[in-house]
Design a protein around this ligand. Structure first.
Ligand code: MSP
Length: 525
């Protein structure tokens, strides 16, 4: 039987500057969900890439003395290098300058033209250059761009328009029938209430004021304005409208499309309408995450408060960086990055809670049993039953959060299991058991510590694979079958435990002040 498929996408990023932890967060989140689904037996496919056309990119390239093509090639390498460093397991990396994309987009536009979805008109409006978006007078905030707050310019040009109004009723109906299409719910309410209900505006889809883009197939002095070009990447990457559309047939519709809150409007309105116009199914969920903000507001080069992922990964390790990002950003909300919080989470959650649990366990098994444990589980007591009940309950809850894509809710529950297991050591007081020569029950306690740690290693695996592997290795659990999500459910019996003699600490405790200063300094570079 064919496996169930799961298709997940990130936005395609603008290659305008170095990628910061905001972009890294989106990609890490997608990667984590992909790995989780894989562990649950899905045939998962993850797409990421770059949105390489448009006026802004053309200008950035010019400033740097590069042609647009030279610039995007350099940036595509940068992005791929970063994702390699962050061990992102994407399946495809689409660039909107790829021939496969450009060709398919022209076919898509031809289809829109044939359908009568596109007409030529004159566009006048307030244009925000950095956002590449026109706004109506009423959409401006204090005369400035409502999205980025920068200056806007009154502009007029001959343009092609996409007739959004034609699909208004169908979109309304779709929203009503699919209440969880946009997540979280408050974002859906925003889009629905502010943009869909009051009536849709037709969308201007072409420009004549720059030429770094895909040409309109019927009128090459027009290039496509960013959203038709950008949004369609999610299907052109799968081979839609190409000679080989097997991936498209296999994976479309997407299961989970991740975007930032600033672009949810485009994904919640234009994207479904383009798909309707093409007669295609709509994605199952589009999820808008919040922003990583700094103490002094938005990250920006001019404020000197940008954090780049490489710096964190190189100094604190990949797993610690991913842990921080995923735990910090709660579902759909903005969250603040602070150096203090980063270092504290590292020391408390990773060193103290997780690292110490593993070290203590290995230390005791070596001390009391020379590293080898064979336990008679019929000697388990009420204490073990309580521990198992607690962990099983938490596993169900964690699985539910993960299935609902609420990674930041799942993580604290995993850490509750860690704390509960640390508490089990206090409850059973192994040192007293050893002193009283109660070796048989002592081995049961050791078995249970290893069993809990094995489960913890499975639970953190979607986002901390290296740490998970280290835990398995140090506990001497070499059977790869143990690394599957099913072992959580089946109460897998570990046959023989032989831990290593002395494990390297998973995370080395940081000097709080020194590291806070280090992060503050790199933010200002
Ligand atoms: N190219 C478009 C997306 C087209 S998708 C068909 C774009 N690119 S972007 O590079 O400007 O932004 C990419 C993503 O990064 C967006 O989802 C945006 O929300 C996200 N982030 C940008 N700054 C961010 C933070 N500070 N925090 C979290 N995510 C942030 O928009």
């Amino acid at each position: 039987m064919d496996k169930k498929t799961f298709y997940i996408t990130t936005p395609i990023y603008y290659p305008s500057g170095k990628f910061h932890i905001g972009t890294a967060y989106t990609t890490v989140l997608a990667d984590t969900i992909k790995r989780y689904k894989q562990m649950k037996g899905y045939d998962s496919y993850m797409l990421t890439g770059l949105d390489e056309h448009g006026q802004k990119i053309q200008e950035v390239a010019k400033k740097m003395g590069r042609t647009p093509k030279e610039h995007v090639d350099i940036m595509a390498n940068e992005a791929k290098k970063l994702w390699e460093l962050m061990e992102i397991e994407y399946d495809d990396f689409i660039r909107t300058t790829d021939e496969r994309h450009e060709k398919a987009v022209q076919k898509i536009v031809n289809k829109f033209l044939e359908n009568g979805d596109i007409y030529k008109g004159n566009y006048e409006g307030w244009y925000c250059m950095p956002c590449e978006t026109y706004f109506t007078e009423t959409q401006l905030v204090d005369g400035k761009c409502p999205d980025c707050g920068r200056e806007v310019k009154k502009m007029q040009e001959e343009s092609y328009f996409f007739n959004m109004k034609k699909y208004e009723d169908r979109l309304l109906k779709f929203y009503e029938e699919n209440p969880d299409f946009i997540l979280p719910e408050f974002r859906k309410n925003e889009i629905f209430g502010n943009f869909i209900k009051p009536g849709l505006e037709d969308l201007c889809i072409s420009r004549t004021t720059f030429d770094w883009g895909i040409k309109m197939p019927n009128d090459p002095k027009h290039v496509l304005y960013v959203w038709v070009d950008a949004l369609t990447n999610y299907i052109t990457a799968l081979g839609y409208m190409s000679d080989d559309d097997s991936l498209f047939k296999k994976y479309w519709p997407a299961d989970f499309q991740i975007v930032g809150k600033d672009i949810i409007r485009f994904h919640g309105i234009y994207w479904p309408i383009f798909l309707m116009a093409l007669g295609l199914e709509l994605p199952k969920h589009i999820y808008a995450h919040g922003y990583i903000v700094m103490k002094d507001g938005k990250m920006s080069k001019s404020k000197g408060n940008v954090v780049y992922p490489e710096v964190l990964v190189n100094r604190y390790g990949l797993d610690a960086t991913k842990y921080y990002l995923l735990k910090t950003l709660s579902f759909g909300q903005d969250s603040m990055f602070t150096p203090e919080d980063f270092v504290e989470k590292f020391n408390y959650d990773l060193c103290n809670d997780l690292g110490n649990l593993l070290n203590r366990t290995i230390g005791m098994i070596n001390k009391y049993f020379n590293g080898v444990v064979n336990a008679d589980l019929s000697l388990e007591t009420e204490l073990e039953k309580n521990l198992h009940d607690y962990i099983n309950e938490k596993i169900d809850l964690i699985e539910k959060y993960m299935d609902d894509y609420k990674i930041s809710d799942a993580i604290p529950e995993i850490w509750n299991i860690i704390s509960r297991t640390n508490k089990y050591i206090d409850e059973t007081a192994p040192w007293t058991l050893a002193k009283n020569d109660e070796k048989e029950y002592l081995s049961v306690v050791m078995y249970n510590l290893v069993d809990s740690l094995m489960k913890i290693a499975i639970l953190i695996r979607p986002f901390m694979k290296n740490t998970s592997n280290k835990i398995f290795d140090q506990l001497g659990l070499r059977n790869d079958n143990l690394k599957s999500w099913n072992c959580l459910k089946e109460n897998h019996k570990i046959n023989e435990i032989k831990v290593i003699e002395k494990g390297d600490p998973l995370f080395l405790r940081l000097d709080l002040e020194e590291e806070i200063k280090y992060i503050q300094d790199i933010m200002h570079k």
